[in-house]
Structures are given as C-alpha cells and as structure tokens.
Design a protein around this ligand. Structure first.
Ligand code: CO8
Length: 258
C-alpha cells in the first residue's frame, strides 16, 4: 500500500487499522485526508483478505471537523461544481464492516465520519457534536440525516441548533454509540471487536450489514422481505453448513468465505 501524508494504515491479519494523522490540527478533515482515507478504505474493501476496518484518531481528537481553514475561502459555485465532500459518501458504500474507535472530539465532519461507520466504539473521553451552526453553516456530510436517524429529532435538533456537544454516556444512551470503554482500552477493544467480525463468514457479515443498512432506506415490510430473501440465499453458502455443523459438533467453525 502506498505511503500517505494524512493517515496511517496498518494491517493486522484480516483487520486493517486506519489512523487519522493530522494531530496538530486535531485531525481536521481536509481534502487530502478525505481522498487518502476514502481511497485506502476502498482499496482494502476490494481485498478479500480484509474482514473488518477500524478507523481511529488520536487520544485528543477523533476529528474536530472539516478543515475550517481550507473551507473558509470557498465559494458556493466552486463547491457545487466540485461536488465538495461527496467523496465521503463512498465510505458509506463499503461492503466490509467498519468500526469507528472514537476518543476525544468528534465534531462536525468528525461526528459525521464516525456515523458513516457501522459500529461506533467510544472512549469515555469522547465528545460528539454538530457545531457547524456556530460557524454560520450547517452539517454537510450527512450529519442532519444520520444523527436524526440515530438519536431522534429531539436530540438531533438540540445538537444541530445549539451546537452543544454530548459526552460518551449521553451519546450511548441516545443510541449513537455502540459501546463505551475506558480510554486506555479503546484500541484494544475496537481491534478485538474487529478481529471477532473478521473471523466470521465474510459474505454472511456483509449481508448482515446490508440488511441493517436497508432498514434506513425502506419500509418495514420491504425491509423484512429483503432480509428474508438474504436469509434464504445464505443457505447456498458452504459457510452456513460449516457454521451449523460446528455448533452441532461443539467446535469452532472454520469459515472459508464461500
Ligand atoms: N479545522 C481546522 N483546524 C482546526 C479545526 C478544524 N475543524 N479544529 C481544530 N483545529 C486546529 C486549531 O485551529 C488549532 O490550530 P493551531 O494550533 O494552529 O492554532 C489546533 O487545531 C488545536 O485546536 P485548539 O487550539 O482550538 O484546541 P482546543 O483544545 O482549545 O479546542 C476544539 C478544541 C473545541 C475541538 C476546537 O478546536 C474547535 O472548536 N474546533 C472546531 C470544531 C468545529 O467547529 N467543527 C466543525 C467544522 S465544520 C464541519 O465539520 C462541516 C462539515 C461539513 C462540510 C460539508 C461541505 C460540503
């Protein structure tokens, strides 16, 4: 994999760890970082040896938002013509399960990046918010939509209109965060979760992800129908036979992703 300026990429077996690496700017998301992170994630996603991606930042900040210095002089027409920041949508289309491991600030685009991941594991130091309104703008990477789906209108309005932040406990209670762990254990816990996911049958894990994501895009009846059809199709996989045989034989399954 090529060398990057704004991220670090590390392989740990079937798990890939992507670390945002602009510590002096609290991992502010500039265009370079967006291109590198999305490009690296897509490359890993295409690799059948990748079973799970973990995206993390530093102890102080997961990411303090889009890079305000870079964004400030932009014009509306320039942003429209370049479809500014639409590359982030590609992260939401990855098929490999993704985990955001969040410590410190996850603000604006940082909160939106975390919400683009499938699981959000938060350190007890994490703080989430959509403070764009304080800068005279609004969320632009899906914050108003994904936050509202995650925590409901009452809290989403509160965060988007006041710009206040929520701590990890409030975020977990509200449904934004999957798990809270002590800050010192964040990476260990996130990597352990990633390794557990990466040991599963990859097609089954991908289908589970697809089924859950479909819940956000469709009616209940259509979603249940889609899930049922996926469920039926899973019985064509050798991994289904292996998984159930292993249960009956009281041993660990050996999935071959087929
Ligand atoms: N952009 C650029 N630089 C930043 C950012 C940022 N978002 N956040 C922090 N930095 C820089 C600071 O300028 C500072 O740099 P320097 O040392 O050179 O002065 C350095 O990081 C450290 O920051 P602070 O000194 O401010 O650290 P504090 O611990 O005092 O405060 C905070 C930390 C509270 C996180 C504070 O830095 C802050 O409020 N940051 C901005 C948070 C914010 O408003 N985020 C939202 C940005 S807008 C956005 O994300 C919109 C996304 C959608 C765009 C879609 C377009 C189509």
């Amino acid at each position: 994999m090529s060398a990057y300026e704004t991220i670090l990429v590390e392989r740990r077996g079937r798990v890939a760890l992507l670390t945002l690496n602009r510590p002096k700017a609290l991992n502010a998301l500039n265009a370079r970082l967006m291109e590198e992170l999305v490009g690296a994630a897509e490359e890993l996603d295409r690799d059948p040896d990748t079973g799970c991606l973990v995206i993390t930042g530093s102890e102080r900040a997961f990411a303090a938002g889009a890079d305000i210095t870079e964004m400030a002089p932009r014009t509306s027409v320039e942003m429209y013509l370049r479809d500014w920041f639409s590359a982030w949508d590609r992260l939401g289309r990855l098929r490999t399960p993704t985990i955001a491991a969040v410590a410190g600030h996850a603000l604006g685009g940082g909160c939106e990046l975390a919400m683009l991941c499938d699981l959000l594991i938060a350190a007890d130091t994490a703080r989430f918010g959509q403070p764009e309104v304080k800068l005279g703008v609004i969320p632009g990477i899906g914050g108003s939509q994904r936050l509202t789906r995650a925590v409901g209108k009452a809290k989403a309005m509160d965060l988007c209109l006041t710009g206040r932040t929520m701590d990890a406990t409030e975020a977990e209670r509200a449904g934004l965060v999957s798990r809270i762990v002590p800050a010192a254990d964040l990476l260990t816990e996130a990597l352990a979760a990633a390794e557990a996911i990466a040991r599963l049958s990859a097609p089954a894990a991908m289908m589970a992800k697809e089924a859950v994501n479909t819940a956000f895009e469709t009616t209940l009846a259509e979603g249940v129908h889609f899930e049922r059809r996926l469920f039926h199709s899973v019985f064509a996989f050798a991994d289904q036979k292996e998984g159930m045989a292993a249960f009956v034989e009281k041993r660990e399954p050996e999935f071959r992703n087929e």
